[in-house]
Design a protein around this ligand. Structure first.
Ligand SMILES: Nc1ncnc2c1ncn2[C@@H]1O[C@H](COP(=O)(O)OP(=O)(O)OP(=O)(O)O)[C@@H](O)[C@H]1O
Length: 277
């Protein structure tokens, strides 16, 4: 590969450590998100995926290591710069977070009104454009309570792109969706990434869906990257961890048994003797 072909990274995570009190969640995480790509971050529930996204958005501070967004170290920014940085990031969560007392239109217009001085006529056109991109221009007058789960997720996606971010972060975008809605969301993630020229991070435990649309995948477990590679290669990977994940095997590097003393020790131990009735 010539130097000219090496993609520039939008996000670089180096030796990231973080703990919630005594609970160490990230233990020296390293990964890079190249510009223009869709990158899947995969791992079992509780492996620290959402915590990683919180570091990229600057909501939490690393105990050690850093997150670099473009040329800025996120945890070194002052409040104004952090606010400006967050405008370059759109987020879509499993829980849509739409305002229940505002129409679909007003939900998308809200960040535009809050963060820009655009006139109402332009906001109107922009909102309809964003809704059109997710196939819901015709639903602009509906209230969130009138939307199906899949539609709600699409409105949340329209809101995530309201301010033309450079990076879109998706936290469990497929959770709880029926198969058709799930496909719609997966295809939208890919299409919007390419049409808008953005970069996307998809954090999920849904391996098969995310590998269909991602360019690159990282597998994280117990706070570190345990495997990575081109998404297409992951399906046939011989790596034990990837294999277990892709084939949803109940035991493997991610152990079925919670860590315990040897069985024989436990069987003789006083502590597990049944209490007298
Ligand atoms: N605010 C918090 N305070 C204490 N512990 C937390 C907090 N947030 C998360 N944790 C714990 O940190 C670990 C990692 O959580 P995180 O949400 O980052 O994992 P995840 O991989 O995104 O999993 P999930 O898909 O279940 O959200 C979990 O064990 C979780 O219980």
């Amino acid at each position: 590969m010539s130097l000219g072909e090496i993609p520039e990274n939008l996000v670089e995570i180096r030796d990231l450590h973080f703990a919630y009190g005594p609970r160490e969640v990230l233990k020296g995480l390293n990964l890079s998100i190249p510009k223009g790509k869709v990158v899947a971050i995969l791992g079992v529930s509780g492996s620290g995926k959402s915590t990683l996204l919180r570091h990229i958005g600057g909501q939490v501070r690393p105990a050690k290591g850093s997150v670099k967004f473009q040329d800025k170290i996120v945890h070194e920014l002052d409040n104004d710069d952090l606010y400006a940085l967050r405008r370059d990031m759109g987020m879509m969560f499993q829980v849509s977070g739409l305002f229940g007392d505002m129409s679909v239109f007003e939900n998308i217009a809200f960040p535009m009104r809050e963060q820009t001085d655009l006139p109402d006529s332009l906001i109107r056109d922009l909102v309809l454009m964003k809704l059109n991109a997710v196939g819901l221009r015709g639903a602009h007058d509906l209230m969130p309570s009138e939307l199906s789960g899949g539609m709600e997720r699409r409105v949340a996606l329209a809101r995530a792109i309201a301010l033309d971010p450079m990076l879109i972060m998706y936290d469990e975008p497929f959770a709880g969706l029926d198969p058709i809605s799930l496909n719609v969301i997966a295809n939208l993630i890919r299409q919007l990434n390419d049409a808008l020229g953005v970069t996307s991070i998809v954090v999920t435990y849904d391996v098969s869906e995310s590998l269909k649309i991602a360019d690159y995948a990282y597998f994280i477990h117990e706070g570190v990257v345990v495997a990575e590679g081109n998404a297409a290669d992951m399906i046939t990977s011989k790596d034990q961890f990837v294999h277990q994940f892709v084939h949803a095997e109940p035991d493997g590097p991610v152990a079925f048994q919670y860590a315990a003393a040897p069985y024989t020790e436990d069987l003789n131990a006083d502590s597990i003797e049944p209490k007298p009735i």
